[in-house]
Write a protein that binds this ligand. Structure first.
Ligand SMILES: NC(=O)C1=CN([C@@H]2O[C@H](COP(=O)(O)OP(=O)(O)OC[C@H]3O[C@@H](n4cnc5c(N)ncnc54)[C@H](O)[C@@H]3O)[C@@H](O)[C@H]2O)C=CC1
Ligand SMILES: O=C(CO)COP(=O)(O)O
Length: 344
């Protein structure tokens, strides 16, 4: 199978490396100098150091459509902030297209009517004619590149897209499950990043394992409520892109989002924490939008609200914790926490 991966960051490079042994893979970088450096060193020193690229993997820059000529699958591996422009650039592509980004597009402005979109909503807005979907699930790039066992989920309303993703990436160490609930899969991938900032903060403040388990469980309830209000299926949140990715990102020290929480707990400013990562931490950019959309839907997301107050500098780490521990008692069930008249 011929595959073209757009975006030579950590995740695009890792998946390209993984598939290169079985398929004809091209990794496209937007920056010609970056493509040349990767090609020469046969290593992505900037984003995935220490891993030799297989000889079969082609790295190139320049015209996107030339790079993907003849591809039977196109993978967009850029951060969420670049997805809109990538999908516009991909108009006219007849091969299945899948994005890997996990987030929500930042709102266009601060007005209540303007909210950020999930990836499939951007697709619907700018290039609905594409056969498209998302590949998500608990997967640190480093481990996938090293060939360690990993399970992903391919979600799309189009069976052809789900099948192409399974054909491309399902292999000896990488399992790819199919799901037609693209809303649920995308909500899981975006909200877990916000919750990982919260658990990073919790662990950085040494609040204990009980507190972390509470945050993960109640975080899953918030994620599910938000997803249900957007039309997702509840069972998706018990799957790879819900519980699976939440557990991985909230507890795994390879997570950039978790690292942001840990660094904020140490007293770093958000700007310092983000600068020290060298990679994108999508939770920083989508937390505000998630909360804004949840408010519009009448969905309560107290943990995400706490993260936004922390990121905005309205609450200190200790005050953000107090804003959660000091809440009035509520029932454990997911649905009653939705405001009246909004229960799906
Ligand atoms: N790294 C990981 O373990 C995983 C990351 N993801 C998601 O994949 C997405 C990408 O993450 P990473 O590769 O880790 O990010 P990264 O920070 O390692 O690299 C981002 C890459 O995107 C490129 N880029 C940025 N804007 C671009 C544009 N307009 N056009 C083309 N390329 C552009 C950058 O040059 C860079 O190569 C994020 O949404 C992330 O949440 C999902 C699963 C695993
Ligand atoms: O999405 C990921 C793992 O599934 C990567 O998480 P981070 O972006 O927090 O590193």
């Amino acid at each position: 199978m011929k595959i073209c991966v757009h975006g030579a960051g950590a995740w695009g490079t890792a998946l390209a490396v993984n598939a290169a042994g079985r398929h004809e893979v091209t990794l496209w970088a937007r920056d010609a100098a970056q493509a040349e450096a990767i090609s020469k060193a046969r290593e992505n020193v900037r984003y995935l150091p220490g891993l030799a690229l297989p000889p079969a993997l082609t790295v190139r820059a320049g015209d996107l459509h030339q790079a993907q000529a003849g591809a039977e699958l196109v993978v967009v591996a850029t951060p969420m902030a670049a997805l809109r422009q990538q999908l516009i650039a991909l108009r006219g592509t007849t091969a299945p297209v899948a994005w890997l980004c996990k987030g929500v597009e930042p709102a266009l402005d601060a007005s209540p009517a303007s909210y950020g979109l999930l990836a499939h909503e951007i697709w619907g807005q700018v290039a609905p004619e594409l056969m498209a979907g998302v590949l998500s699930g608990p997967s640190f790039a480093q481990e996938v590149a090293e060939g360690r066992p990993t399970a992903l989920v391919a979600a799309s309303p189009h069976a052809a897209v789900r099948d192409a993703l399974v054909d491309a990436f399902h292999g000896p160490a990488l399992r790819v499950y199919a799901n037609d609930d693209i809303v649920g899969v995308e909500v899981g991938g975006a909200v877990k990043n916000v919750l990982a900032i919260a658990t990073g903060l919790c662990d950085g403040l040494a609040l204990g394992l009980n507190a972390r388990a509470a945050l993960i469980t109640r975080g899953l309830a918030e994620m599910t409520r938000f997803g249900l209000a957007l039309g997702a299926r509840a069972e998706t949140f018990m799957g790879l892109s819900g519980l699976g990715d939440l557990v991985l990102t909230a507890t795994g020290d390879l997570s950039r989002n978790r690292k942001v929480g840990l660094l904020l707990a140490q007293g770093q400013t958000l700007a310092q924490a983000v600068a020290s990562l060298g990679h994108v931490a999508e939770g920083v950019y989508c937390a505000r939008t998630v909360v804004q959309r949840a408010r519009g839907l009448g969905v309560e997301m107290p943990i995400a609200e706490g993260v936004v107050a922390l990121l905005d500098g309205r609450l200190s780490p200790q005050e953000a914790v107090a804003s959660l521990t000091g809440r009035d008692p509520v029932p454990e069930s997911v649905r009653p926490w939705m405001r009246p008249g909004r229960v799906p």
